[in-house]
Ligand binder design. Structure first.
Ligand SMILES: [Zn+2]
Length: 302
């Protein structure tokens, strides 16, 4: 059975809305993109998102709900925290947005939306338990079981980026702890590790080029990164033992993750054999808005 869903993806620089037709596959019926205009402040963003929702519901009024993927997480009281759209932090965005529109809203963070899209239609399709990983400017993750996102009691399910990899005060994290995985596996984190060796800050693709050219600092930096990736992801697999891990975000384009990185995961795993496929994402940039829409599609109806 096909049905039409509406999803909203709130990025730091753009807001995207889509009406998507889903069934065996998916097809975008219409998409809208506007700039987030963070500088306009909290109420301005609220109005922009509410207007996008109203436009989509006007076009497709039969939906039961609208899915919204947003940055950061929420505290137990419902306040946003750790969002890169910083004016949302500390605000009850979910409740405030719901008050502005006449359709029920379903929220999840962007990593959960990515994981859901890849689980339903991407690299995790057919797998009951999917761990979706985002490695980009930050490191996040989402767990999908039988087609449903697990939010968790504290809404932190899948947040492996802030598990502590190297407990050492030399590595302070913005979350208030030290030595978090994100500091070693995010794009900026890897760039910082290179800069500490070489005194020069480069983006990850340039570090990889230098590594291929034999630059000693780059070779050491990539070796360390692969090792850290293996340690961190093996911890996740030890606990969750998912059927597949899907990697997304800009850092996931580094092909060394899929051979050298996977070898390191196998080395640190509490099992003599790594059977878990570790795959690159398939859906790409559309996963956020597609996953948001899929939040409103109950499992078992596909
Ligand atoms: Zn942290």
């Amino acid at each position: 059975m096909n049905r039409r869903l509406i999803g909203i993806d709130m990025g730091g620089t753009k807001l995207e809305a889509a009406i998507v037709d889903v069934g065996e596959g998916f097809r975008f019926v219409s998409r809208r993109r506007v700039s987030t205009e963070q500088e306009g402040g909290y109420d301005h963003i609220l109005s922009r998102v509410a207007a996008l929702i109203d436009e989509c519901v006007h076009e497709e009024p039969r939906v039961a709900a609208v899915g919204v993927g947003m940055p950061g997480s929420v505290t137990v009281t419902g306040a946003v925290k750790n969002a890169n759209t910083v004016c949302l932090n500390g605000r009850s965005f979910r409740a405030d947005l719901q008050q502005r529109v006449n359709v029920p809203l379903v929220f999840a963070n962007d990593a959960n939306c990515f994981a859901l899209a890849e689980a339903r239609f991407g690299a995790g399709r057919g797998c009951p338990v999917v761990f979706g990983v985002i490695m980009g400017t930050g490191v996040g993750g989402g767990l999908v079981i039988d087609g449903q996102v697990r939010e968790g009691l504290q809404s932190i399910c899948g947040e492996w980026g802030h598990t502590i990899l190297w407990p050492d005060d030399r590595f302070p994290c913005y979350c208030g702890k030290s030595g978090c995985t994100e500091l070693f596996l995010s794009g900026p984190g890897i760039a910082t590790r290179y800069a500490q060796r070489k005194g020069e800050r480069l983006a990850l693709p340039d570090i990889l080029l230098r590594e291929q050219a034999g630059d000693a600092a780059a070779v050491a930096c990539v070796d360390e990164w692969m090792d850290n990736f293996g340690r961190a992801l093996s911890n996740v697999i030890n606990i969750v033992d998912p059927d597949v891990v899907v990697l997304g975000g800009g850092v996931s384009n580094a092909l060394c993750l899929y051979d050298r990185g996977v070898e390191k995961v196998a080395r640190y795993l509490f099992s003599d054999q790594l059977r878990t496929p570790i795959r690159q994402h398939r859906i790409g940039d559309s996963a956020g808005v597609l996953g948001a829409a899929l939040l409103t599609w109950p499992a078992g109806e596909d």
